[in-house]
Design a protein around this ligand. Structure first.
Ligand code: SAM
Length: 447
């Protein structure tokens, strides 16, 4: 049962139809959708039964039922991300407001666990750089793991408070703020959250949302695009925030084209997703353009990151299939990022707490590379690396980090794959096979 105080607070929200809204919340129906990773996977490879496509996203599909993703090795290989369909509308916001084929710098400010970041990464060009930030320490590892799984080379993961971005004045072409909110849009999925809802929390969230936006806005370029979203139905967190932005900040509201058949409701400043109208959960999104004229601050990093010596470069190059990468060391890990982003790395390292960048190649110990899991998930490896194709049960044993009983033809470091997709590394010794699947990612559930 939804609280009366909550329902009556929505009465004058555009598109709210009390009876239908209550009915959909009372039904046990669940919508399951996934978004495919276009760099690894295509719709023909999906083994689950697809109901139809998510109308506002090229790579989003609805499934007829919720399978056990944990026991699908392709989920762990980063072939798709399990994501609520309404939030895939971000794709329309980005593709209708910016030419995504350009070289862009994008900030996803509230990024964990990485749904929007992996989506943004799939939409931007290789020449673009995504900074995926999460302020809460304990949520950074899951964000980093999802970015690694996605296999992208142009994402930097940071852990900073929004106000710490003010030192990057006029830096980003796009800032996405998927703000922390009161979460009413997810009541259907998480009925327990209903008991935590209160009008006073909505007000607190609204104040926090204003603070977050005001803190980060200096980092957006003049003419840059701001995309604001929440999974709350409350106008205090949605339209009221937009109104405050337009009235108080130098920012202009942008409209998107939506098709009638999508059933998305256009409200005064943004787009509302009501679960009784769309196949998805509650969501709100609005787009803006910064019109202010903040002064440009010339940015020069004082220090360049630690570089690799010739010997280290030679060791690592043996593993790679491309030679346009920029290498650097950060907190003992060797990172590789496209040479195009070389100039940005010292700036980001100087201004932010960088937790991950590009592809983590691993560590060189006694003149040998101990390859990182991220290297296996990337597309940077050369074809000479030996590969072992696993069947489903061996793949699950591997993902549980158990000993796997296979007979590789050669010794040394090699990949394990399932249906053509890398799962990770093994090191074959003369008397055993060491399973290098990261301990923190291993499947703990019994099947
Ligand atoms: N964008 C994510 C995705 O699509 O997977 C979901 C983000 S969730 C709605 C909001 C995020 O904001 C959470 O990860 C939360 O930890 C973070 N957050 C909480 N307080 C914050 C604050 N004061 N400033 C910035 N982010 C905050």
């Amino acid at each position: 049962m939804l609280p009366e105080e909550f329902l009556s607070s929505l009465e004058d929200s555009k598109g709210f139809e009390r009876e239908a809204f209550e009915k959909i919340h009372a039904s046990a129906g669940q919508v399951t959708s996934i978004r495919l990773n276009p760099d690894k996977f295509s719709i023909e490879n999906v083994k689950f039964k697809i109901e139809n496509k998510v109308p506002w996203s090229r790579h989003g599909v609805y499934l007829t039922q919720r399978p056990s993703f944990t026991f699908d090795p392709l989920f762990h290989a980063g072939c798709y991300y399990v994501q609520e369909a309404s939030s895939m509308f971000l794709e329309q916001a980005l593709s209708q407001t910016v030419d995504l084929s350009q070289s862009l710098k994008i900030l996803d400010l509230c990024a964990a666990p990485g749904g929007k970041s992996t989506h943004i990464q799939s939409l931007i060009s290789q020449e673009s750089l995504l900074v995926s930030n999460e302020v809460i320490w304990s949520r950074v590892p899951v964000l980093k793991d999802n970015i690694i799984k996605w296999g992208a080379e142009n994402v930097v993961v940071t852990q900073n408070d929004p106000k710490e971005f003010s030192s990057l004045k006029n830096y980003f072409d796009i800032i996405v703020i998927d703000a922390p909110c009161s979460g009413s849009g997810l009541f259907r999925r998480d009925p327990e959250a209903v008991s935590e809802w209160s009008l006073s929390n909505v007000k607190l969230c609204s104040m926090r949302q204003q603070r977050i936006i005001a803190d980060v806005l200096p980092a957006l370029k003049n003419d840059g695009i701001l995309i604001y979203s929440t999974c709350s139905y409350s106008k205090e967190e949605d339209e009221d925030i937009c109104k405050w932005l337009i009235d108080e900040m130098r920012i202009q509201n942008l409209k998107l084209k939506i098709e009638n058949k999508w059933n998305v409701v256009e409200s005064s400043f943004g787009y509302r997703f009501w679960p009784d109208k769309v196949k998805g959960e509650g969501f709100f999104l609005a787009c803006f353009k910064k019109t202010g004229m903040d002064d440009d601050t010339p940015r020069k990093a004082r220090k360049i990151p630690e570089q690799l010596n010739k010997k280290e470069l030679a060791i690592i190059s043996n593993w790679l299939g491309m030679d346009t990468l920029h290498f650097f060391k950060h907190e003992n890990i060797i990172y590789m990022i496209s040479g195009k982003h070389r100039a940005e790395i010292p700036i980001l390292l100087q201004q932010l707490r960088v937790k991950y960048a590009g592809v983590g190649a691993g560590e060189i110990i006694h003149d040998k590379l101990i390859p990182g899991h991220a290297l296996a998930m990337s597309s940077l490896l050369n074809e000479s690396i030996p590969v072992n194709r696993l069947d489903h049960s061996h793949a699950i044993e591997y993902l549980k980090k158990k000993e796997i009983r296979i007979e590789p033809a050669v010794k040394g470091w090699q990949l394990v794959q399932y249906e053509g997709h890398n799962l990770g590394w093994i090191n074959v010794l003369s008397n055993r096979i060491n399973n290098y699947y990261p301990k923190e990612l291993r499947i703990l559930k019994e099947n």
